[in-house]
Design a protein around this ligand. Structure first.
Ligand SMILES: Nc1ncnc2c1ncn2[C@@H]1O[C@H](COP(=O)(O)OP(=O)(O)OP(=O)(O)O)[C@@H](O)[C@H]1O
Ligand SMILES: [Mg+2]
Length: 540
């Protein structure tokens, strides 16, 4: 019996609908239920007898098929039967793909709770039947989308829900791999806006979606947690509320068990420490002890990575430049003297490197070399005073593994100049990357890094060869998400922007900054004008 051997599954987190279209995958021989209640739930009913000849091992076969489908179309699913629904009922047998998509959007925007059953029905030519239940009288609304809508009673709706609108015989024939005449059938091409398909429990509520004409708040906007490992950027002019939004995201992530590492430039996050039991470090009292020269991974590799970061951050040179050669030579010397390559843990510190740089500066150098040495000297000398000396004098420092286990705020203000801060952030970021690389876990978001004033670390310019930008790109698959915050989007690395998935754009004023945002989000000039006048409204 056909109906007995059917199963309901709910599909969620469709993260990469192929060609923006998911339901192409679930046409035959499934019937589909689209449940709309603030956001969309998508159920499909799978008829087993039409798929698999014999009833033997049905569960296993179901599972195997769904696993194959979900990996191809990148969604998740759970077995779940849609809840009962009562209200007004309608039926139509005419549809077009975009009409259904528009209808879904209209229902959401109007806050209508509804259930749409999509089922195939042969009627001379192939058609898709829609049975619609709604908590409101929506005939007028339906008529704007479909020409022939009629009212039906609850019993007919239930029949449709039970699959009896579908001719079982035909359904069975349709499950053949290829049938003459089937190829040209209209397949459902319903685009459900991805943002509506997420479950609040797997997502952070980030605001309200506002109807663009009525200005009415409609549904909640969600940011799926797992999308954060594709990185987030918060772009807005100063005072627009970037930090405020980010603090909120940190708290919500904490609630969902995802800890954050926050690089705090202006002591904006300190109060979170008590609120969510985060660890608060600084370079004044609760020192963040750190040794950039302790290799993260293979010492020879680390010598190069560190020298590259120094070249980039300290002397603004490109990857593998002359500055790099000077720095890597000194680090290599230190590692040799200390037996680091042979496994010794007697790591040198930045002050040992400072000494080397001082010796070098007394030798005969070219003008350019002198500049590279001078800029590194300037940085390390600035670290050699007061409490920062203590923080950077350690051999081991705070453990990276421990650092990623809970929310940690590092107040950077005592580090002084922006170069020192950028150097510290870049080295720590690289260490986190190397640590993650050495672990087996991939892809699933486990931890988030917040970088305020991100334009200082991910700089606009020669990013193509930048080690820091490469790390930003790469760390996405290493269970780490980055929230980059900047009030100067035009100074922020283009490459990093291109590798960011979610943008929060608030008020922007400067032409160059607006241009950047227009280009990444594809905004119209009208939308661009709105940006200037935004107060504290979110756009994702
Ligand atoms: N959603 C909001 N509702 C009301 N007030 C807000 C909101 N977000 C921020 N504010 C207030 O606006 C001010 C600036 O916010 P915030 O510090 O988050 O801005 P910012 O963009 O990080 O600024 P800066 O560029 O200076 O770092 C603060 O006084 C904050 O309390
Ligand atoms: Mg701020």
């Amino acid at each position: 019996m056909l109906l007995k051997a059917s199963k309901f599954i709910r599909i969620y987190e469709i993260s990469r609908p192929k060609e923006g279209n998911f339901l192409r995958a679930v046409n035959f021989p499934f019937s589909t239920i689209v449940d709309i209640n603030r956001f969309v739930r998508l159920y499909i009913e799978v008829f087993s007898t039409s798929l698999f000849n014999r009833e033997k091992d049905l569960d296993k076969k179901f599972r195997r098929m769904l696993e194959a489908m979900s990996s191809e179309y990148d969604f998740r699913w759970v077995e779940e039967t849609p809840k009962d629904f009562s209200g007004s009922f309608f039926y139509t047998a005419t549809y077009s793909d975009s009409q259904i998509a528009d209808l879904v959007e209209t229902l959401i925007l109007n806050g209508v709770r509804a259930r749409i059953l999509l089922a195939l029905k042969p009627q001379g030519k192939w058609l898709c039947s829609l049975a619609i239940a709604s908590d409101r009288e929506i005939l007028h609304l339906l008529k704007t989308h479909f020409s022939s809508v009629r009212r039906i009673n609850e019993r007919t709706f239930r029949k449709a829900a039970n699959g009896s609108l579908i001719n079982p015989k035909l359904l069975k024939r349709l499950t053949l791999q290829k049938m003459p005449g089937v190829a040209g059938l209209p397949v459902l091409d319903l685009k459900i806006p991805v943002r509506f398909t997420f479950e609040p429990k797997n997502a952070l509520k980030v605001g309200k979606i506002i109807h663009f004409t009525t200005g009415k708040e409609t549904v909640d906007a969600f940011l799926p947690v797992q999308r954060i490992n594709q990185h987030v950027a918060i772009l807005a002019t100063t005072g627009a509320g970037k930090t405020n939004l980010c603090r909120y995201l940190v708290i919500e992530l904490h609630r969902k068990g995802i800890p954050c590492l926050i690089f705090d430039w202006k002591r904006d996050y300190g109060y979170l420490a008590a609120l969510i039991d985060a660890e608060l470090y600084d370079f004044r009292e609760n020192l963040f002890t750190f040794n950039p020269l302790k290799p993260a991974g293979d010492p020879a590799m680390w010598a190069k990575e560190l020298a590259n970061i120094m070249a980039e951050v300290i002397s603004g040179s490109a990857y593998g430049s002359g500055a790099f050669s000077v720095y890597v030579k000194l680090i290599d010397e230190l590692y040799r003297e200390r037996g680091i390559y042979d496994g010794s843990r007697n790591y040198p510190t930045v002050f040992d490197l400072l000494e080397k740089l001082e010796n070098l500066s007394r030798q005969k150098l070219s003008e350019r070399e002198r500049n590279w040495v001078a800029s590194a000297l300037k940085l390390f000398r600035s670290l050699a005073v007061g409490k920062t000396r203590e923080a950077f004098s350690v051999r081991e420092g705070v453990s990276i593994a421990g650092l990623l286990e809970r929310t940690v705020i590092i107040e950077l203000d005592a580090l002084g100049d922006p170069v020192a801060k950028a150097f510290f952030i870049s080295v720590l970021l690289q260490k986190v990357r190397n640590f993650r690389l050495s672990r087996p876990e991939r892809d699933e978001l486990r931890h988030v890094i917040v970088i305020e004033e991100a334009q200082n670390v991910l700089k606009q310019g020669s990013e193509a060869s930048s080690i820091i930008t490469a790390t930003y790109r790469e760390i996405r698959s290493l269970c780490e998400g980055i929230i980059a915050i900047t009030q100067m989007p035009s100074e922020f690395s283009k490459d990093a922007l291109a590798n960011t998935n979610t943008f929060f754009v608030m008020r922007l004023v400067h032409g160059e900054d607006k241009k950047v945002v227009r280009d990444i989000l594809g905004l119209s000039s009208e939308q661009l004008r709105i940006l200037e006048h935004l107060e504290r409204v979110l756009h994702s």
